[in-house]
Design a protein around this ligand. Structure first.
Ligand code: ARG
Length: 414
């Protein structure tokens, strides 16, 4: 078998991956195929990015518009799972890595490459997500990270780029490490590494200041089996739903997150995120589940959702465990259909109404007005039996002198 002499690089257009092109070629002797994905990150035109890869010496450079695929198959799964790592982070970067990996593997097969490269450092989660995802799809592929494995640092990169005349003047300069896609935006490093430093305005781009928000915005989102299908009566694709909510919730400053995060590699790091659309949609979806899921199914799902977020955060997107959780989550969504009304204002998305043909809310059971069908007398027997173990245990505790103490003299004045 002849050795394959091509390598596929996940190319972002930034300094790291631009320098990586000739560097990888020099170090490995392999021709570099640059692959860039549009996952709704906005910013620089992808055509510009593609041309830069070629100018840096890539033999092939191509762009994949993966926005709908990302929204439909990745963001919507995260939405159905109400995915929030540590209860606050909607897995922005964590869900894009498996999708990018899939396209990298496809490119490797198409262009006859045996190695895949990415621009991650050796300290983060993303290297693990790329490489574990790639291995899960095609275990024969090798991975290499120039920043991590060839110890490229910023000064070395710039000197190298000057030496090689690389067109890196146009690469974006930012004091932060940023990763963004349609599901949200992650901002780290720089002065934010001091956890006491408050974020400054320049950190944000998906959200406006919640302290100076415009008048309240009321929105009605209709879901079908856990997926948003209409906004204010207009049909939307998953991508359009996220984009519209990014715009509207973003204008109200919704979805800013500042958290100390437990990385998979064991480091605690300070992370800022903004995910206006994701937070608004998850808020609405959660409330619709409150309305439509049976109690025990709902309680179990809350635990499953938490595990799903942790596993996906921990690079397990393609794992058997996540596959099994997906089956559970998918099954629960059968009746998660209906409408949620929310007020978006001053940094908060507040649910103000819900309606659904599939809800388990029964007015005749819930009402305190006439028309009540709930048999209140039945509660006597229910409490009698339900409280039995506690009653028996309490009697034992009293016998042993361990009863729950109550104050002996009351301060009641008659
Ligand atoms: N800490 C987050 C995560 O692991 C965000 C990573 C963002 N990546 C970046 N290059 N800034 O999901």
């Amino acid at each position: 078998m002849t050795e394959k002499n091509r390598l596929v690089l996940a190319y972002s257009g930034g300094l790291d991956t631009s320098v990586a092109i000739p560097y990888l070629k020099d170090r490995t002797g392999k021709d570099v195929v640059a692959v860039s994905l549009d996952v709704g990150q906005g910013g620089e035109a992808l055509e510009t990015i593609k041309q830069r890869a070629l100018a840096c010496g890539a033999v092939e450079s191509y762009i994949v518009d993966a926005r709908d695929e990302f929204a439909d198959e990745y963001c919507m799964l995260a939405l159905k799972a109400n995915a929030m790592y540590q209860g606050v982070y909607p897995l922005v970067s964590a869900i894009s890595r498996p999708l990018i990996s899939k396209h990298l593997v496809r490119a490797a097969h198409q262009f006859g490459a045996d190695t895949i490269s990415h621009g991650c450092t050796g300290k983060g989660n993303d290297q693990v997500r790329f490489e574990v995802s790639i291995q899960s799809i095609d275990p024969t592929l090798k991975a290499i990270s120039p920043i991590r494995d060839l110890s490229l640092t910023r000064d070395v990169e710039i000197a190298y780029a000057k030496d090689k005349n690389l067109p890196i003047e146009q690469t974006e300069k930012s004091p932060y490490s940023i990763d963004q896609n349609v599901w949200g935006r992650a901002i780290e490093t720089g002065y934010l590494e001091d956890p006491w430093n408050a974020p400054t305005k320049d950190v944000y781009s998906y959200t406006d200041d919640p302290d100076f928000s415009p008048v309240a915005d009321e929105v009605v989102i209709e879901f079908e089996k856990g997926i948003p299908v209409k906004i204010d009566g207009r049909e939307v694709t998953a991508l359009q739903a996220i984009e519209e909510m990014n715009r509207r919730a973003g204008a109200q400053g919704i979805g800013r997150i500042d958290v100390i995060e437990d990385r998979l590699v064991g480091i605690k790091s300070r992370e800022l995120y903004e995910a206006p659309g994701a937070i608004a949609l998850i808020t609405a979806h959660k409330e619709l589940e409150n309305f439509c899921l049976e109690r025990e199914q709902h309680r179990i799902k809350t635990d499953i959702d938490k595990r799903w977020a942790e596993l996906v955060y921990d690079a397990q997107w393609f794992s058997p465990a996540v596959r099994s959780l997906n089956a559970f989550i998918e099954e629960t969504q059968q009746y998660v259909s209906g409408e949620i009304r929310m007020t978006l204002h001053s940094g908060r998305a507040v649910v103000t109404g819900r309606r659904s043909d599939a809800s388990l809310y029964d007015y005749s059971l819930a009402t305190y007005e006439s028309g009540d069908k709930f048999d209140q007398n039945a509660s006597n027997g229910f409490i009698e039996i339900y409280g039995l173990p506690d009653r028996v245990a309490a009697a034992r505790d009293v016998r042993f002198g361990n009863g729950i103490e109550v104050p002996s003299d009351t301060s009641f004045q008659s």
